[in-house]
Design a protein around this ligand. Structure first.
Ligand code: ZN
Length: 329
């Protein structure tokens, strides 16, 4: 018969001692989430009192400016640091000209948010794909996105957001040289205090699917492989980040998050600069769908996911779960 005394091991290290109670586990916890590292994406549309749920993203809505202010005020009350704004214009054209319209939904929302919730950080997405009739991120010549012409348009968009009062503009287009062009234009116009959160390593990912419904930005032909990064590459991500920092980015971003945790970790280790990760629509939708089927515990899966993104090295997490997670912390 085996007795406890005869089977006692002579161990100097017993790691389980530090896992014995929640108080001890908390004492030695290495990664902590805090609502002030969360940014909530919002989709802003024309109109008033519009609150339209996105079918593939339960709990996420297209919001008119008045409703976006209510949502952002609620998020701020939950402790969420800021919002990232996307716009759905009333009309689209080949050059996405409404993206720089001072009265378009994003610009109007920035003004309203900065007026009503001054301590909320307001970040604006800068791209053309929500505004072009063809759904591509830039100006086309045939089926080719012309880089430098597109950058000139992006500069106008970024300036219109800065004029509205955005704290950060966030170019997500992955055109070459856009951070430098935007930084120069902002400085020339007296917006040296407006920051740039660059989507530095944005991958051509299958996990953006639900977003394209939310932002009505699916390309009418082809895909985004000519500008977004190949999922297989990490050295290229480090080069992109180095360039964006040289060009004046204040914060660099990796998108998506979960399938690129190694990229986040390498970027943080190499550059040690403020680093954001975008937990994207498809990542959110997967958790929601599994939870709705009773296949996972959503709360635990959400917190484990966000903790993993932070553990990888992200200082800032852009997530549709911002409010739900903030309320638990
Ligand atoms: Zn785009």
């Amino acid at each position: 018969m085996v007795t406890t005394s005869s089977t006692r091991l002579a161990l100097t290290r017993r790691p389980r001692r530090l896992r014995r109670t929640e108080a001890i586990r908390s004492l030695v916890r290495e990664t902590r989430l805090s609502p002030d590292c969360f940014i909530l994406p919002l989709f802003v549309v024309e109109g008033n009192s519009v609150r339209r749920e996105i079918s593939s993203m339960p709990g996420v809505f297209q919001l008119s400016v008045d409703e976006a202010v209510k949502e952002a005020a609620g998020a701020r009350a939950d402790g969420v640091a800021g919002v990232l704004l996307f716009g759905l214009p009333a009309s689209k054209d080949a050059s996405g000209s409404s993206a720089a319209d001072p009265d378009a939904p994003v610009q109007a929302a920035v003004r309203a948010l900065k007026r009503d919730i001054p301590d909320l950080i307001v970040v604006t997405d800068v791209c053309l794909c929500e505004y072009t009739s063809h759904g591509h991120c830039g100006i086309l010549d045939g089926e080719e996105i012309v880089n430098d012409v597109t950058v000139a348009h992006l500069v106008d968009v970024a300036l219109s957001h800065a004029m509205a009062g955005a704290d950060f503009v966030a170019p997500s287009d992955m055109m070459d040289g856009r951070v430098a062009a935007i930084r120069t234009a902002l400085d020339e116009r007296g917006f040296e205090r407006t920051g740039i959160m660059a989507y530095a390593a944005k991958y051509c990912s299958a996990f953006y699917g639900p977003f394209r419904e939310a932002a009505d930005s699916a390309p009418q032909f082809g895909d985004r492989r000519s500008h977004q990064m190949d999922p297989a590459n990490v050295e290229e991500a480090l080069r992109e980040v180095a360039m964006d920092l040289d060009e004046g980015a204040d914060i660099v971003m990796v998108k998506p998050a979960l399938t690129y945790l190694d990229v986040i970790a390498k970027i943080k280790a190499r550059f040690n600069q403020p680093t954001a990760a975008y937990h994207v629509s498809g990542e959110y939708a997967m958790l929601k769908a599994a939870a709705r089927n009773g296949w996972i515990d959503e709360t635990r899966a959400m917190m484990e996911t966000l903790t993993a993104i932070r553990r990888a090295g992200a200082d800032i997490i852009i997530t549709y779960y911002a409010r739900e997670a903030a309320r638990l912390l």
